[in-house]
Each structure stands twice: as C-alpha cells, then as structure tokens.
Design a binder for this molecule. Sequence first.
Ligand code: HPA
Ligand code: ZN
Length: 326
Amino acid sequence: PASREFLAAMPKAELHMHIDGALSPAMMFELAQRNQVSLPYQSIADIEAAYQFTHLQSFLDLLYLGASVLKHEQDFYDVTRDYFTHCHADNIRHTELSFDPQTHTERGIPFATVIGGILRAMADAQRDWGISSALTMDFLRHLSAASAMKALEQSLPWKAQIKAVGLDSSEVGHPPGKFTAVFARARAEGYRIVAHAGEEGPPAYIWEAIHELQVERIDHGVRADEDPQLMQYLRDTQIPLTVCPLSNIRLCVFERMEEHNLIQLMDAGLRVMVNSDDPTYFGGYLNDNFFALADAFGLTRRQALQLAHNSFTASFISDEEKHRHI
Ligand code: HPA
Ligand code: ZN
C-alpha cells in the first residue's frame, strides 16, 4: 500500500472544488464580524457543530448561509487564497475551481466583485507557487433557466478568464435538460462543458448531461454503476468522472468509505480521479481524501498514481502543458 508520505508527495491536479465550499468556520466567523452579517452561531465551535449533514440539501442550506458573509472583492480573494495555501501544502500543481455567481449576484453582490477576487488569488498562486488554475462557472440548478442565462450573459466580458460552465446545487427534480438552451449558448460562446450528475440523481441524469448538455466531464457520477450500458459508454468514451470520496460519505451517498465505489469504477476502466468538492465542509482537502481511501482500501502505489495521472489527463490544460506534468 501507498504510505501517507507517498500520497502527500505525489503531484496532483484537482478538478472539482467549489470556492464557497472552501470557506472555513474560522474565516466565516471572522468575515461575519468584519462585514456585520448576523449568523445563527455564537462561536467557531457552534459553526463546526452545525456540520452534520443527512443529504445534499441539508449541506446546501448551510453552504448558502455561510456564503452570505462574502461581500467584498477582498473576501473572495481571502477564501480563494486560503484554498491555494492548501493546494501548495498538498502538492496540487493544477486546479480547476468553480464558483457560483448566482449565490452572490442574487443578493446584490456584483459579478465583477466575485470574479475579481478569485482571479487575483489565481494569479498570485501562479506567481508564488507555480500552481496553474482554471475557472468554471456553475449555474445553480434550483433556480430557473432564465436566471442561468442571465448569469451566462453577465460572464461574457470575462470569457477569456472562464474555461468552462457547469451545473450544481439541488440535483433531484432539476435534471440537466432544464438547461439545454443555456448550455447550447455557452458552447457557442466557446466555453467547455461540465455538469454535476449522478451524485444523488439517477443514471438518467448522467445520460441527459451527455446528450442534452454535451458535457466533456461529469462531476460525481458515482451512480453510473446502476446502469451497465452507461458504464460501457463511459469506459468507451473515457468521459471523466470527478469523484469526491469524503463528500459522498458526509452527504450519505455511501454510508462508509469501505462501501464507496471509486475503486470499482477505476477497475471497470473509467477515467476517475479524487477531488475534495467542498473541503472545509466535508472534513478534508485533497490529501485527506487520498488518506481516507488508503485507510479504507489499502490503496496501492499503482492505484494512487493512476488516480493522479487521470487528474491531469482529464483536466482542460493543453496537451503540451499535460506533458509537463505527466
Ligand atoms: N453538489 C451539488 N451542489 C454543490 C456541491 C455538490 O457536490 N458542492 C457545492 N454545491
Ligand atoms: Zn460539487
């Protein structure tokens, strides 16, 4: 089995990480005071105690509450910078992070404020640690297609700084097909396409993301294993799945890590890799996810290297840049 030292030292890419999900309880508490936002918590320990989730929605309610402390460009910089310090510590050489503009624009924060702080932290991480990054804009699927289209239009001045668009938030009841027109427009504008699918939703939502949205990558996708034809398709096409082990345990997608299907998906020939999703909410950054897999499955060096390899091949960096990493 691979040691913790081996896993920690392995160069990696991360492809599924939400900036709002990198807000730590300590920073949430500090920003609430700095920005005079009232939270239903009296202390950092109170916030930590609230991190008991039963399913996706119970987490999202807290995620959106926490995000309400983010108001100024510097706040978005600070939370993104904090994530990058962990990238540096975890030997992440490239990261594709996502942001949810509607979480902020719906409460009156300008799009420019949100993306400005994030882009500045991305540039500083490149300068300070040589960590490359790309940005994905996720639409909130519990809101209307018209709202997503508005966010897409607001993003156009930053088209050169946004690599991809995706879909997140409450999955069940909001199938990908709700956003077919928005993603067609995004493709026409030159954005790469990803979507969360098959986290809590059925395999049919993964098919819909493929056929209706024309995704190049699926976020989560762990429920693909319920559909043999879909498994075959994902193996043949090598459409990557950005799997998030600790997230899946915390949101009760699997009861215990020993029951997680990541290794089975990899053994079936699918292009999967490890991601932290919302690290401050789910109890760990990328290396913690690898350690949890190592503890549950006795991950071999070969398996760990395959996962790290997949994280680079599934990324949106150019072939030339990929060769510098692998
Ligand atoms: N699923 C859906 N919505 C999200 C997630 C997720 O994993 N993380 C942040 N918003
Ligand atoms: Zn996610």
